[in-house]
Every structure is written in structure tokens, then in C-alpha cells.
Design a protein around this ligand. Structure first.
Ligand SMILES: CSC[C@H]1O[C@H](OP(=O)(O)O)[C@H](O)[C@@H]1O
Ligand SMILES: Nc1ncnc2[nH]cnc12
Length: 319
């Protein structure tokens, strides 16, 4: 595991969604493809440096050629691989449908809540398949410190772009199974439930980031109005494609504008004796009291597996 005192630490990971398979203005350093206890990530991870020399890690959620179904994204391997590189904060981009008139295609949103409509076919926990039980807190599924930090910076970046892209915060995203889009009845139901956006990838990604004690924020980019509008057609992939390109270019601009400062905010305390930086403080240490299984009942093989993602609690001898 790469440590915080590395010469060129990679503290920030970016997960690119549909349409966002690479970033701009970065100098390629290398690709890495760590085999984790949960397999390989969706694609080799690109380590690249910003003009300042800051290095970041980029991972394409569906693979670089978009070959992985939403239900088959190896989210455990993705999150574990990023953590193994030293990543502490993840900016995840996602193409989403809108469930609200005011969130027009082309709008960017930093959601605050998730409604789970996945169907139990995705592994959702690093603890699954082990004899160690843990219950992560997930009431606030995104890292609100990170989201609040992002809001003014993302707003500034999109204003500077000058295309009139709007930004919303505090919204609720429905994470559905797919790969088919929703029916009109489902879409209307999600609105009644309080959903504002819909995608197929917020979960289990956000849950796994929480279990790994990583700060995680989603930058949701609206591509369509889903299926709830009475007098218009329902979402099609062709509709999504119309906005995907422009959204990806705004996403790249956002990344280029904020990554240096985010890296600095995440590393701010490293030099000052290893205190936990403010922006990470909700997540770091959050699993400490989530682990229910008595240490003397924990199988060493399970501990070894979990140490890959939570060395903080599992790398030593059992207590
Ligand atoms: C291309 S439309 C449906 C597809 O797009 C979103 O992907 P991502 O979240 O990776 O941007 C959505 O979640 C679906 O997987
Ligand atoms: N309408 C929609 N439903 C689910 N995922 C999406 N991704 C983009 N648009 C979507």
C-alpha cells in the first residue's frame, strides 16, 4: 500500500462514467492494473500529472471502450485498487437522467442522497464472503465535506466555461439496476419518492468508498428527462448521446480546474504530522466501530483480504 509520505503521492482518484473515458491537459505517467482480492478494476488505471506536477489516478467505470454493463462494474476492485494506490478522495462522474423539469439535460448536480433501486445482483460490501461483519454508516451517502468544498469551485469552473451550464446541490439520486431504462410508471413513482435524478452506478460505488473510508462525491451530469414527462418520448440511448459529449467536455474542464486544489486540500495535513485533513475527516476512522465480529473470531484469511482495503484495522495480528 502506497503511503501518504510517498514522493509523488496520488491522493485523488477520478472515476469517469459514460462519455468520460479520459481527462485533458494531463501528462501520462503510467498505467497500473492492480489485482485486488476482488479481482481487477474495470480498466487499467491511468496515473497522470497535472501541469503543476500533481499526480492523479483516472479509472473508466465501464472500461475504456465502454464494454462493462452497469450491473457488472467491478466496483469492489475499483475502489480497492484506488485505495491501494494511496487515493483518499474520489470524484466520480456519472451520466444521469433527470426526474425534475428544472434539471434540464446539460445540467450538473452534486447530489446529497441516494435511493437504492438496485436488485441485489451486485456485491455491495468488502465484507461479503467473509466471516467478518461490519455495518458502515451510510445516512449521508456522499462525503458532505467534500461536496461542500466542491460546490463553489465547480460553480466557478462552469461559469468560466460560459456555456450557461447550471449546477444544483442537495438533490436525491435513484440508483437503478438497468441496463434497460425505467418505465413511465417507475419514473413517476421515483418522483413521488423524492428522487431528482436517476442512474445505474451510484451504488454500490458510494457504499464501497464509505467502507474503504474514502471521501466520495458524485458529479452527476444530466443527459435526458428519463420517462416521466407525459407528452414527450421516453429516454433512449440516442437521446443520452446528444448531451454526453458536451457534458464530458465540461467535466474535463471541472477536473482541470479543481484537481490541484483538491490534491492540496487532501494532503494539507500530511506535512503537519499526519493529522487527518478536514476534507476527509468524516470518513477516516468511520469504520472503527462498525466492525461487529469479535477479533478472536476473525479468520486470518479474511483479515488478510480486508487488510488490502482497510489496513488500518486488519493488517496487524488479531487483538
Ligand atoms: C449511457 S446511459 C446509461 C448509463 O449511463 C450512466 O453511466 P455512468 O454512471 O457510468 O456515467 C448510467 O449510470 C448508466 O450506466
Ligand atoms: N434516464 C436514465 N436512467 C438511468 N441511467 C441513466 N443514465 C443517463 N440517463 C439515465
Amino acid at each position: 500500500m502506497t503511503s501518504i509520505v510517498n514522493e509523488n503521492p496520488v491522493f485523488v482518484g477520478i472515476i469517469g462514467g459514460s462519455g468520460l473515458y479520459h481527462l485533458d491537459n494531463l501528462t501520462f505517467v503510467k498505467t497500473v492494473n492492480p489485482e485486488t482480492p476482488w479481482g481487477f478494476p474495470s480498466s487499467p488505471i491511468t496515473i497522470a500529472s497535472l501541469p503543476s506536477g500533481t499526480q492523479v489516478a483516472f479509472l473508466a467505470r465501464h472500461g475504456t471502450g465502454h464494454t462493462i454493463q452497469p450491473s457488472a462494474v467491478p466496483s469492489r476492485a475499483n475502489i480497492a485498487a484506488l485505495k491501494s494506490l494511496g487515493v483518499r478522495a474520489i470524484l466520480a462522474f456519472s451520466a444521469v437522467g433527470s426526474l425534475r423539469e428544472e434539471i434540464a439535460p446539460g445540467t450538473f448536480v452534486l447530489p446529497a442522497q441516494i435511493i437504492d433501486r438496485t436488485k441485489g445482483v451486485r456485491p455491495v460490501s468488502f465484507f461479503e464472503g467473509t466471516g467478518i461483519v461490519a455495518h458502515a454508516s451510510f445516512g449521508d451517502p456522499f462525503s458532505m465535506r467534500l461536496v461542500n468544498w466542491l460546490e463553489p469551485r465547480v460553480r466557478k469552473a462552469i461559469e468560466a466555461e460560459g456555456r450557461g451550464v447550471q449546477l444544483f446541490t442537495g438533490k436525491t439520486i435513484v440508483a437503478m439496476e438497468g441496463p434497460q431504462f425505467s418505465t413511465r410508471a417507475e419514473s413517476l413513482m421515483y418522483r413521488q419518492w423524492g428522487g431528482d435524478l436517476i442512474n445505474m452506478s451510484a451504488l454500490p460505488e458510494a457504499k464501497l468508498a464509505r467502507e474503504a473510508e474514502l471521501s466520495y462525491a458524485l458529479i452527476a451530469t444530466a443527459t435526458d428527462y428519463d420517462a416521466w414527462r407525459p407528452h414527450t418520448g421516453t429516454v433512449t440511448a440516442a437521446e443520452v448521446m446528444k448531451t454526453l459529449h458536451a457534458n464530458a467536455s465540461t467535466s474535463r474542464l471541472i477536473a482541470a480546474t479543481i484537481l490541484d486544489e483538491l490534491h492540496a486540500a487532501v494532503s494539507q495535513a500530511a506535512a503537519a504530522g499526519g493529522e487527518v485533513p478536514e476534507i476527509l475527516s468524516e470518513e477516516v476512522g468511520s469504520m472503527k466501530f462498525s466492525i461487529m465480529s469479535r477479533p478472536d473470531k476473525q479468520d486470518p484469511a479474511d483479515r488478510k483480504k480486508l487488510a488490502y482495503v482497510l489496513p488500518e484495522y486488519f493488517s496487524g495480528e488479531e487483538a
